[in-house]
Design a protein around this ligand. Structure first.
Ligand code: AP5
Ligand code: MG
Length: 258
């Protein structure tokens, strides 16, 4: 993949958010970060939603048409989803939260402090890919668990569009391939599981343009939230490909947490 391998150790707990246009490479960078720093884990709300659609859960049924049309899933549903995921992975203790987690978030949102003390253990490091996506989501998250690095990935839209048609994914893990750039070892097959790769239903040009418009509409509020509240955590990383972006991200993570 053109990026030097070899795993490294984090000495500080990293809680990283990836922000960027659809197809900019959030999933790709998450995978590369986890390979380089095995203490990192990642949550992609897009992948979680697609799992729910595939499993035909109530959330999946509510989210399916929104995802297909390039719209965002409503904040309360996403907050519910992410809170369940954070607690099931033990990244967030539920002991001080209400049983009704959505109302717990809104109650927390009215208080000024954080719900839980974040772990200082570097083994509790993680990446959030695609969450938060709105200022409301960022505000709710900040009341629960403060993030300490916000990476804003920037690639020109036309470059991203040109590679969307050749993106293939492994549905259950979210692993990403791109024909001619990051090919699977066997065409159409996931390297790790041997299962079939698929193309995402929202990767048509028309839907991608709608997702991009949504990103442009919501991301300035999201980024302004962090620029105002915790400016030292926001870093813009520019590049025309994931290979240009990865070394810059690695340097930033190394400097802050390794
Ligand atoms: P989500 O799954 O998060 O989609 P997205 O943000 O649109 O981002 P993508 O996953 O499409 O792209 P990516 O940035 O991960 O890039 P990747 O690395 O795969 O969300 C889907 C939907 O779920 C949303 O539209 C919304 O409806 C809903 N949703 C999710 N979270 C939500 C939230 N918090 N609130 C509300 N709704 C939410 O791809 C990059 C590609 O480029 C790869 O193919 C890579 O190999 C390729 N690449 C990189 N460099 C090169 C190169 N030099 N040459 C060729 N290819 C290259
Ligand atoms: Mg992704």
């Amino acid at each position: 993949m053109g990026v030097s391998s070899g795993s490294r150790k984090l000495r500080e707990a990293a809680r990283i958010i990836l922000v960027g246009a659809p197809g900019v490479g959030k999933g790709t960078q998450s995978e590369r970060l986890m390979r380089r720093y095995p203490q990192l884990a990642s949550i992609s709300t897009g992948d979680l939603l697609r799992d729910n659609v595939r499993d035909k859960t109530l959330l999946g049924l509510q989210a399916e048409s929104l995802i297909k049309s390039g719209s965002l899933v409503p904040d309360p549903l996403i907050l519910d989803l992410i809170l369940r995921e954070l607690t099931s992975r033990n990244w967030l203790s539920t002991s001080r939260l209400n049983t009704n987690i959505v109302s717990a978030i809104s109650q927390r949102s009215r208080s000024s402090s954080c719900a839980v003390e974040p772990s200082q253990d570097p083994e509790s490091s993680f990446i959030l890919d695609g969450f938060p996506r709105t200022a409301t989501q960022a505000d709710s998250l900040s009341r629960l668990l403060p993030m300490n690095l916000v990476l804003h990935l920037v690639t020109p839209a036309e470059i991203i569009l040109s590679r969307m048609a050749t993106r293939w994914v492994h549905a259950s893990s979210g692993r990403v391939y791109n024909i001619g750039f990051n090919d699977p070892k066997v065409a159409g097959i996931d390297d790790i599981t041997g299962e079939k790769l698929v193309q995402r239903e929202d990767d048509t040009e028309e839907t991608w343009r709608k997702r991009l418009a949504k990103f442009e509409e919501t991301s300035s509020g999201l980024l302004n939230f962090y620029k105002e509240k915790q400016p030292a955590t926001v870093v813009v990383v520019r590049g025309n490909s994931s290979d240009e972006i990865s070394p810059q991200i690695f340097e930033e993570v190394e400097r802050r947490f390794a």
